[in-house]
Design a protein around this ligand. Structure first.
Ligand SMILES: CC(=O)/C=C/C=C(C)/C=C/C1=C(C)CCCC1(C)C
Ligand SMILES: CC(/C=C/C=O)=C\C=C\C=O
Ligand SMILES: [Fe+2]
Length: 558
């Protein structure tokens, strides 16, 4: 079998081999097929290797690689297994000399086990990419996160744990009863830490997902899996928000309580593994808590969203995915936002708000009157106009096949105003005209120095239509209510990540990093100037990377 070797002119050694590639995703037909059988039964969902990759690709051997001429296509949605790749990239343009440190990006990049294809973007096994910047040079690394779920799939060649939409199918009723027990104990839940990555105040780097056990420490330099991040407290809780708020001193997160619908707000001091309870929010709607992927904080408060898209016990138990996966839409139960005082743990406001759907909060801050009294909390999020269909639009067959159709549902910067005067209702509107960003809106970042404070700029992915996925990088000016957009035909950019210039006094003084998957199957790291939003540098990857979700910045130790 022919393979292509990528040779890079580099002062750094290139470590590792090119990835194992499953298929040319762009050419994959839609369709579901059946779930693999549990406990050694045959895997029944099979597909041919399609497109321009060489036939006979096997998962466990490096037998096919993309060529640099584009004959091996690696779109954003191509499943890739990469045990380790590391090497210096050639840079076009200029990387600012002050940019010293490592950008890490995590995401689900391996969407198959042998011939069995995962269905949903969120199912794939975690894949971390790194860009290390120093003295204007750039080193790239790429590696799988070695979760138990990933290792078990690799060795037994089948799905072994419950992923976001996939679950091993019990072979018999008895096995089903066993499954129920292991779901309740958490034993069957995945630890596939594929959503994001955070650098704790003490320097440890942890990959995360929504299951608590899916907290996995990695080495930011080698990307090696260090081991499971164990919480030393006895708070338990099988799930948590995938997006804790992390500062130099602490990490704050939410633990949804599926039994007594509510959320526990917890804080973990840097340097410890012990979460302590800040307070508890009782849900106002029922019967289960609303799904919480992320939340927001201000200087004094934690903003706890309660969406009417709620966790659903029946759907949690199902092996086959439903259109809303583990959730159900209950608009009649109402939507709420709760505000908890960080110092006392008291809930100081709990308001009903219009129906909303969000994955990602952008930021929040306190509104004050002329006397400096706090009158309200303002919280911004990437809001999908209350429409839950975005969740199903992130199915891989949709992402792979409807690239030229305008099927991305509209979204906006949803701005909540939560009064602190005891009023029963909060407001929700668009922070700027959604046409400014093509009515696509997700995957946001801000200057971290403005966390919880009044802020002006956010960076996110917007849309240039027609599209089936956010395909622009957009800089949002929330004061002027304008957006500047970066777009390249056919490209899929990942979350724009803002890194401030040390010593900067302007909010947008810094760079924005994104990884781009190109239409021709290649890809590159892109650096935009935070202020002008113009390109300042790019560096081509040795092969196109699968799409990734969220990132973190690890400053170079000086
Ligand atoms: C990748 C991403 O953004 C979200 C991943 C979410 C996951 C893996 C959720 C998993 C879950 C289960 C396996 C069962 C319990 C519910 C839930 C937390 C949704
Ligand atoms: C990629 C995404 C939504 C895109 C919609 O426009 C959501 C990702 C969620 C998990 O991190
Ligand atoms: Fe997320």
């Amino acid at each position: 079998m022919a393979t292509t070797t990528v040779v890079l002119a580099t002062a750094f050694p290139v470590v590792g081999r090119l990835p194992t590639v499953r298929s040319d995703s762009a050419a994959l037909p839609p369709g579901n097929g059946s779930i693999p059988q549990y406990k050694g039964q045959p895997i029944s969902r099979r597909r041919e290797v399609l497109g321009s990759l060489r036939a006979g690709v096997a998962v466990d051997k490096i037998v096919a690689v993309p060529s640099r001429t584009g004959e091996g296509k690696l779109g954003a949605w191509t499943s890739i297994r990469q045990e380790r790749w590391e090497g210096e990239l050639e840079v076009e343009g200029e990387i600012p000399l002050w940019l010293r440190g490592t950008y890490l990006r995590n995401g689900p990049g391996l969407w198959h086990i042998d011939d069995y294809e995962f269905r949903h973007l969120f199912d794939g096994y975690a894949t971390v990419a790194r860009l290390s910047f120093d003295e204007g040079r750039l080193v790239f690394g790429h590696r799988q996160v070695e979760s138990e779920a990933y290792k078990a799939a690799l060795s037994s060649r089948r799905l072994c744990y419950r992923e976001f939409s996939e679950a091993p199918k019990p072979a018999s009723f008895l096995a089903y009863v066993g499954e129920l027990a292991s779901l309740l104990s958490g034993a069957s839940l995945t630890d596939n830490a594929n959503t994001g990555v955070v650098r704790l105040g003490d320097g440890r780097v942890v990959c995360l997902t929504e299951t608590t056990k899916g907290s996995i420490e990695i080495d930011p330099e080698t990307l090696e899996t260090v081991g499971r991040f164990e919480y030393s407290d006895s708070l338990g809780g099988l799930i948590h928000s995938a997006h804790p708020i992390v500062t130099e001193t602490e990490m704050v997160t939410l633990l949804p309580d599926l039994v007594r619908a509510g959320y526990t707000v917890v804080r973990m001091e840097a340097g410890t593994n012990e979460r302590r309870v800040v307070g508890r929010v009782e849900c106002r709607g029922g019967p289960a808590p609303g799904w919480v992927h992320s939340f927001a904080v201000t200087e004094h408060y934690v903003v706890v969203p309660e969406m009417s898209l709620r966790y659903c016990a029946q759907n949690l138990l199902r092996a086959e995915p439903t259109p809303l996966y583990k959730f159900e839409s209950r608009p009649e139960s109402g939507s709420y936002v709760h505000v908890m005082c960080k110092a006392s743990g008291n809930v100081v406001a709990s308001v009903e708000v219009p129906n909303f759907v969000t994955f990602h909060f952008i930021n929040a801050y306190e509104e004050t009157d002329k006397e400096g009294r706090i009158t309200a909390v303002i919280a911004d999020c990437c809001e999908h106009n209350g429409d839950t269909t975005i969740l199903d639009k992130l199915r891989l067959d949709n992402l792979r096949t409807s690239t030229d159709q305008d099927v991305l549902p509209d979204a906006r910067v949803g701005r909540f105003r939560i009064p602190l005067d005891g009023s029963p209702k909060g407001e929700l509107g668009a922070a700027l005209d959604p046409n400014e960003h093509g009515k696509g809106m997700d995957m946001c970042s801000i200057n971290p120095a403005y966390l919880g404070k009044k802020y002006r700029y956010a960076y996110a992915c917007g849309a240039e239509r027609p599209c089936n996925f956010p395909n622009t990088l957009t800089k949002l000016d929330l004061v002027e209510k304008k957006a500047k957009n970066w777009y390249h035909e056919g490209a899929v950019p990942s979350e724009p990540f803002f890194v401030a210039r040390p010593g900067a006094t302007e909010e947008d003084d810094g760079v924005v990093i994104s990884m781009i998957s190109e239409k021709n199957g290649e890809g590159y790291a892109l650096l935009l100037d935070g202020s002008s939003f113009e390109e300042i540098a790019r560096a081509k990857f040795p092969y196109g990377l699968p799409y990734g979700l969220h990132g973190a910045w690890v400053p170079k130790k000086l």
